[in-house]
Unconditional design. Structure first.
Length: 142
């Protein structure tokens, strides 16, 4: 929390407002950590934050999708069951897209290794590309 001046939402929203002075926000990326594992209420939390961000940044959901990445997807992973919940995001946020972590290598049961992060990054970029109006994103993401 200290890294975000005690308010992560405000911190990131302020950074986004600075970015909007020079560019256009094309999507919001989310990669869940170990917190909230197994909590179905997480879907409601994410929907509220996403909708608040759209409002506070004067963005439209149909132009700015939420791209959410899965966690390490090995069965013995401490957080793998969260992927089932993450995959439910489109039921509460119609413009949410899930980025699969299938076959992304990990360094342990909870964290991807560098190759796994690169694969995930490419998958985020591909999803940007196929999303309506995102053709320029692929070049800036890769």
């Amino acid at each position: 929390m200290a890294s975000y001046n005690g308010n992560p939402y405000e911190y990131f929203t302020n950074l986004a407002k600075i970015a909007q002075k020079e560019g256009v926000i094309k999507g919001i990326l989310l990669h869940q950590g170990e917190t909230n594992t197994g909590q179905v209420e997480w879907l409601t939390y994410v929907a509220k934050i996403y909708n608040d961000m759209l409002k506070d940044l004067t963005l439209q959901a149909n132009e700015v999708p939420l791209l959410a990445g899965e966690l390490v997807s090995v069965e013995e992973n401490c957080c793998a069951k969260m992927n089932t919940i993450i995959n439910e995001l489109p039921t509460v946020i119609p413009t949410a897209h899930i980025i699969s972590s299938k076959d992304c290598p990990s360094q342990d049961r909870a964290h991807f290794n560098s190759e796994g992060y690169r694969i995930l990054g490419k998958r985020y970029a591909i999803k940007c590309y196929v999303w309506k109006g995102f053709k320029s994103c692929l070049l800036s993401c890769l």
